[in-house]
Design a protein around this ligand. Sequence first.
Ligand code: F6P
Length: 545
Amino acid sequence: MTAALTTTTAWQALKKHAQDTASLTLRALFDADTSRGERLSAEGAGLYLDYSKNRVTDETLTLLLDLARETGVAAKRDAMFAGEKINVTEGRAVLHTALRAPDGAGVTVDGHNVIPDVHEVLNRMAAFADQVRAGTWLGYTGRPLKNIVNIGIGGSDLGPVMAYEALKHYAQRDLTLRFVSNVDGTDLVEKTRDLDPAETLVIVSSKTFTTQETMANARSARAWLLGALKDDAAVARHFVAVSTNAQAVQTFGIDTANMFGFWDWVGGRYSMDSAIGLSVMLAIGPDGFRDLLSGFHDMDEHFRSAPLEQNLPVLLGLLGIWYNNFFDAQSHAVLPYDQYLAYFPAYLQQLDMESNGKHITLDGQPVDYQTGPVIWGQPGTNGQHAFYQLIHQGTKLIPCDFIGFCQTLNPLPLEGGAPHHDLLMANVFAQTEALAFGKSLEQVLAEGVAPGLAPHRVFDGNRPTNTILVDRLTPRSLGALIALYEHKVFVQGAVWNINSFDQWGVELGKVLAGKIVPELATGTEPDLEHDSSTNTLIRRYRARR
Ligand code: F6P
């Protein structure tokens, strides 16, 4: 058993340091060091991180880095990259980094080099995508397919939909993409109501090919298709599968020639750069998809080789731990200032919360410290007119990541005013400045505000933010950004000594739902063996549906 985290020297030192520096303000830190804004920054894989607006001194950073060293973050990282079976509760390697390793690299699992397999699937995906995009892959009635419906949930949905939305600028615009995930029939019905089945390709994306929601949607999509095309043979032209489970794909009725595989060493929430990204490749093309993979790889290399004190994922991870474990911050907001990144916070919710929402250590012991925070957010500037009030003046400490791009993909000059993009970016800089430095009572009073009103108009400031600045949103920079967060999550899980790669917490609800489904069936009156609340709800539902 490894030493308990809270008894490590670094943890104890951080605890004391947090007490000693509790009254430090960002204002004082910046006043004391005029170069702080340049000094506390780092760059990697084309991303610039300004972490100066954090409540840290040089000593804080040293102690946090000591914590990373004492908890063996670098060795754990190297074990992941080397294909060791670090997902101990499932006995699996964790090798999403192999999905973006260049052809010719070598990464072995059980003595087998997986890189040729990765590139074989990528090449098959590219050949298929080229045909669909060129209109030479014909549907059952001989028409090209111009609608693509991805059916999947969790990691088989959130990554593809996020990346498709993020990279829409680069997409082939005569293709219509839709993403169906919810078992609520509304999702499938609304997303297919204006599509012609004869021109639609359905991608059933499921690592296991057993997930209830995805299988239900896939069956209903097949019924929708066959309702129009009236011949089972149409399925072969209109359905492809992405999965690790060839047997289940075949049983469903999809020819395994139309299946794109991946492997058990790819976790669902880390799978968007595997064949699960087929819909993204169809949208942006094989070259764009390879650029995306290159961006992931750039960040992998940075994470692997940059010194810890300049290592972006390490810095973000440690700063998160600082607030999570020493300031009792419960949540972390991610605020992309780019409309294309609208789905990024939702994607990060699964990535982070399914990975680090754990309370048992790798040694099987309950933790006596906080683990993963609640992740939330939405694009700026919209959030400013919704929830930022609480971040500025509420009672909770909410560390935030602001993400902005120096160049816009949609330059829109505004007659008689600043261009849209300057308006957008001015808000990034203004928000982080306001959160850090606030506005004192003296300043408010000096503005002539009535003393009775003045306290309401005070901003305490001292609210921490990171700013990530990227030159331009491209497939490559998006890949780097996603990998930054993947590895940040890794660093935190490594320090907390938890398994970031299993997800047993989703099981119980799934099992209970499976038990309840037959109890809801029309005309049955089984003995309900739940608690009185669940029984009453089920009876009321059955009586009134
Ligand atoms: O939510 C649980 C989960 O297992 C996720 O980890 C996964 O991304 C999702 O379900 C979908 O699983 P599958 O790809 O096997 O359908």
